[in-house]
Every structure is written in structure tokens, then in C-alpha cells.
Design a binder for this molecule. Structure first.
Ligand SMILES: CCCCCCC/C=C/C(=O)SCCNC(=O)CCNC(=O)[C@H](O)C(C)(C)COP(=O)(O)OP(=O)(O)OC[C@H]1O[C@@H](n2cnc3c(N)ncnc32)[C@H](O)[C@@H]1OP(=O)(O)O
Ligand SMILES: NC(=O)C1=CN([C@@H]2O[C@H](COP(=O)(O)OP(=O)(O)OC[C@H]3O[C@@H](n4cnc5c(N)ncnc54)[C@H](OP(=O)(O)O)[C@@H]3O)[C@@H](O)[C@H]2O)C=CC1
Length: 272
């Protein structure tokens, strides 16, 4: 079975889709899924060579041409220029992003700013540049790739904050742009892309045996969620965040005892 061919091959016929960070990992998977569903896909990021290789790979699978373009989402001038070249899109996937893991108490001011700038301001640059064009042109659909916000993500407080900002931005724009533009988010759990493995050497571990679906996800799981959300199949859905995390965020501490077991009833809290 082809994991990227879950939908009809003409589901997105006649639609043009742009995926930021589409040269690698999750973005590449989403671009593949869109192309397999019939969209004309543009992948955009900073490294031309990576993009070109990926475009050729996707075309070999889907039989459809894939265009590449350059952008640094942190640099508004390059975003504006991209919007001038590729503004006629129907679908925008904001996938470019990332962070470094560090305890919050150790963040430097510039470290914090850098991650917020990439994931919140960078996404906003893209959303406003392309959203405005979609509004003027009559409509479109946007999907932002975030992370499993809502319960906190220890080790990446900067990114968790930025992604929560994107979720709230998306809900707000769902109101403001409602009649014309749908905007949703996909929240991946942990997916073993090259970038993930390079960044989190010991990240994939015990957590997975406790989550309701106790295995690592495949990038096509994200792609299929994103394709669904930007397709007419999801035409009555906007402002939503779809968690694709094997149930990680419902795993919770329900079955775990606190260290040392439960305290006696009515014992005062040890916290000040
Ligand atoms: C902990 C478990 C979490 C599990 C959940 C995981 C969910 C998410 C998973 C993923 O996202 S998988 C993909 C993972 N890969 C990435 O995200 C890599 C992407 N990261 C980057 O591309 C870069 O790190 C960056 C965030 C874009 C920053 O790169 P940039 O070149 O712009 O920064 P610099 O100019 O080098 O530095 C700016 C500033 O930030 C500080 N800094 C950078 N890296 C680190 C680091 N590893 N540790 C600590 N601090 C770092 C750097 O020192 C600078 O600050 P100052 O020194 O000037 O104060
Ligand atoms: N893998 C996982 O488990 C999870 C991933 N995520 C998020 O999903 C997204 C994809 O992750 P993943 O595929 O694993 O990681 P990758 O690092 O492979 O993907 C990030 C992509 O974004 C591009 N990119 C990075 N910075 C910029 C920029 N400033 N402007 C334009 N493009 C940029 C990169 O290409 P280039 O360097 O050529 O610009 C790269 O293709 C990220 O936002 C990540 O944080 C969220 C939760 C979990």
C-alpha cells in the first residue's frame, strides 16, 4: 500500500498548494500527499538543492510536476517576494519551523527570540502575505503545523509558546476570515524525521509504550491529516487543531503514581 495515496487522485485537481519546509521530513510528506491527491505543488525553503531533489522524488511517485522556490520565513522581504511569485495558491501549508531543546531557565534572550521569531513571527509573515491574497482572490485554505500544545512541552518552552500563539492566531483568523479562508492546525506528536533524530538523540523512548497507540507515527499520518484539512472533505472545519500523536496528549498522568506514591489525605502541600 502507498501510505501517501489514501485519497482520490483527483481530490485536489486544479488546486495549487504551497508547502514551506517542503524539502524534508514532515513537509516533504505533506507535499507528497498533496501531489498524490492531484494538487499542483510548490515547495519552498532556504536550500535549493534539497528542494530540487525532493521535487524530483515526488514527481517520480505522483507523476505530477512539483515546483521549487526559495524563502526564509523569518525574512519578510523574501516572504513578500515569494507571495508575488506564487500568490495564486489555493492551499498554504506552514510547516517550516523548529527549535533547539533546552531547559527554560537556561534560555538566553536571543535564544528565546530566535525560536519565537521562526515559529510565530515566521508563520505570521506567511499567513498574512498569502492570506491577504486569498481574501482578495475569493478564498483558500491554510494549515499550520504546530506541536502538541495544551499540556506544556517540557524542554522546548520557547517553541511551545510560539506554537500556542499559532493555534490562537488560527482560531482568531478563522473568525475574521471565515467566509473566505479556512485555517486549521495539525499538531504532530513525535515523528522520527532526520531533523528529529539529529536534535533529540534520546527523545524517542519510554513515552511511546504509554501512549494509547504505542508506536512511532509515520510522516504520512501527518500528511493525511493535512490533506484532509485543506481539502473540500473538511469544508465545514475551521479554527481546529487536529492532534496526530497516537493519543500522546490524552495519555496524561492518570495511571502514574506521583514519585513516592500518593500522599496521605489532607496532608498539606509541600509547595510554597
Ligand atoms: C525535549 C523533548 C521535546 C519533544 C517534542 C518535540 C517536538 C518537536 C519536534 C521537532 O520539531 S523535530 C525537528 C527538530 N529539529 C529542529 O527543530 C532543528 C531546527 N533548529 C534550528 O534550525 C535551529 O536550532 C534554530 C532554532 C533555527 C536556531 O538556529 P539559528 O542559526 O537561527 O540560531 P543561532 O544564530 O545559531 O542562535 C541564536 C540563539 O539561539 C541560541 N541557540 C541556538 N541553538 C542552541 C542550542 N542548541 N542550545 C542552546 N542555545 C542555542 C544561540 O546560542 C543564540 O543565542 P545567543 O548565544 O546569541 O544568546
Ligand atoms: N518531527 C517531529 O516529531 C515534530 C516536528 N514538528 C514540527 O514540524 C515541522 C517539520 O519538522 P521536521 O520535518 O521534523 O523537521 P525539518 O527540520 O526536516 O523541517 C523543517 C523544514 O523547514 C525548513 N525551514 C527551516 N527554517 C526555515 C526558514 N527560516 N525559512 C524557510 N524554511 C525553513 C527547512 O528547510 P531549509 O533548511 O532548507 O530552509 C526544513 O525543510 C517543524 O515545524 C517542526 O518543528 C512538530 C512536532 C513534532
Amino acid at each position: 500500500m502507498n501510505e501517501f495515496a489514501m485519497y482520490a487522485s483527483d481530490l485536489l485537481d486544479g488546486r495549487k498548494a504551497l508547502v514551506t519546509g517542503g524539502g524534508t521530513g514532515i513537509g516533504k510528506a505533506i507535499a507528497t500527499g498533496l501531489s498524490m491527491a492531484g494538487a499542483d505543488v510548490v515547495i519552498a525553503a532556504r536550500r535549493a538543492e534539497v528542494l530540487d531533489e525532493t521535487a524530483a522524488e515526488i514527481t517520480a511517485m505522483s507523476g505530477r510536476p512539483v515546483t521549487t522556490d526559495l524563502v526564509d520565513i523569518r525574512d519578510l522581504d523574501t516572504v513578500t517576494a515569494l507571495a508575488q511569485r506564487q500568490g495564486d495558491i489555493d492551499i498554504l501549508i506552514n510547516n517550516a519551523g523548529g527549535q533547539f531543546p533546552q531547559k527554560a531557565r537556561d534560555f538566553s534572550p536571543n535564544g528565546w527570540r530566535t525560536v519565537i521569531d521562526l515559529n510565530l513571527n515566521g508563520t505570521w509573515n506567511m499567513v498574512q502575505a498569502f492570506g491577504n491574497i486569498m481574501l482578495d482572490a475569493g478564498g483558500g485554505s491554510i494549515c499550520n503545523i504546530v506541536a502538541t500544545v495544551g499540556r506544556g512541552i517540557p524542554g522546548i518552552a520557547h517553541s511551545a509558546s510560539a506554537r500556542a500563539g499559532v493555534v490562537e492566531l488560527s482560531k482568531t483568523l478563522a473568525y475574521e476570515w471565515g467566509p473566505k479562508v479556512r485555517i486549521n492546525c495539525v499538531a504532530p506528536g513525535q515523528f522520527r524525521t532526520d531533523a528529529y533524530d539529529n536534535t533529540y538523540e534520546e527523545g524517542v523512548g519510554d513515552g511511546f509504550v504509554e501512549q494509547p497507540l504505542p508506536h512511532v507515527g509515520h510522516v504520512s499520518d501527518i500528511a493525511n491529516a493535512a490533506v484532509f484539512l485543506v481539502s473540500p472533505t473538511a469544508r465545514f472545519i475551521t479554527g481546529e487543531t487536529l492532534y496526530v500523536d497516537g493519543g500522546l496528549t490524552v495519555q496524561g498522568p492518570m495511571s502514574a503514581l506521583p514519585p513516592g506514591g500518593f500522599p496521605e489525605r489532607n496532608e498539606p502541600s509541600p509547595h510554597r
